[in-house]
Design a protein around this ligand. Structure first.
Ligand code: PLP
Length: 287
């Protein structure tokens, strides 16, 4: 089955979908994106992603080209056309094609470029990695200073993923100048000590994860203590458990940091419970 993708109002076979070489997304990484999961053919945590998309565009002085209702309709249509039961929808909105290259933003009346496509992942909820957990290394956080904006400028996270791959592990966790872990290449980072879940506080240093917000809410409802502060690599290595969250991995246990096991070096009960609660609750509210 050929994948059907969305480009600027049209649903097209993927090999017929094109964007200009002058598009500012291509020339300047002048674009924002969202990844939304699909379970049982429905959108997970859609409202959170739609709100963050608006926030990212506002932070970059981009005019929003699509309402959240139209976005939900478009996502659902892509899910239907591609017969997705479990998977993801990638959405990217760029400042558009001004027909030339300039550092100056084009006039706000220039139409944005909107593209979206699905990824079919039949075992997303039942991912084998959730049973073994991620191993991570720490690397300096050398990203720009506004990583709270979800831009398509992902070169350093991509390099950090390659550092992890070369080290034979699954991901990198970024360490800021203050010695605290900020987050993973494409996920938020947590440790667990007793009944307490510790994760860095919201600021311009981390992406304000939509999964993070939901998981922390469910954690508090399940009587866990939530402490939002930086934690170090040494603290992570001495923790009972660690985990990461993102729309693409939900709650993923982290079993090793810089070659040292976290807790018993196997996925722990808190991460497993939070993953279960998250999936149950999200399935209830999926649209
Ligand atoms: N942090 C970074 C740097 C990310 O790229 C992502 C997701 O792509 C996340 C955190 C998790 O965000 P969300 O839970 O909204 O997927």
């Amino acid at each position: 089955m050929t994948r059907t993708v969305y480009v600027n109002g049209s649903y097209l076979p993927e090999d017929q979908a094109t964007v200009s070489i002058f598009d500012r997304g291509f020339l300047m990484a002048d674009g924002v994106y969202e990844v939304t999961s699909v379970l049982d053919g429905k959108l997970i945590d859609f409202e959170g992603h739609a709100i963050r998309l608006e926030r990212s565009m506002a932070a970059l002085d981009m005019t929003s080209p699509i309402t959240s209702e139209a976005l939900a309709d478009m996502f659902r249509e892509l899910v239907r056309l591609n017969d997705i039961d479990q998977g993801m929808i990638y959405l990217q909105i760029t400042r558009g094609n001004p027909g030339d290259r300039s550092f100056v933003f084009p006039d706000a009346s220039l139409p944005a470029t909107i593209v979206a496509f699905t990824q079919n992942i039949p075992n997303l909820a039942d991912a084998p990695a959730a049973k073994t957990g991620f191993k991570v290394i720490s690397v300096p956080d050398m990203r720009w200073g506004r990583v709270d904006i979800k831009t398509t400028q992902l070169l350093y996270p991509s390099m950090a993923k390659m550092m992890a791959k070369k080290a034979g592990v699954d991901d990198s966790w970024f360490v800021a100048d203050d010695g605290g872990i900020t987050e993973g290449t494409s996920n938020n980072a947590y440790i667990v000590k007793g009944n307490r879940i510790i994760t860095r506080q919201l600021s311009t240093d981390i992406l304000h994860g939509i999964t993070r917000a939901s998981v922390l809410r469910f954690a508090a409802e399940a009587q866990f203590e939530v402490e939002e502060r930086p934690f170090t690599v040494a603290e992570a290595q001495a923790a009972d458990e660690a985990f990461s969250t993102a729309a693409s991995i939900f709650v993923m246990p982290v079993v090793e940091v810089d070659g040292k096991p976290v807790g018993k070096g196997t996925p722990g009960p808190v991460a497993a419970r939070l993953r279960e609660i998250y999936l149950d609750e999200m399935r209830k509210t999926a649209i």
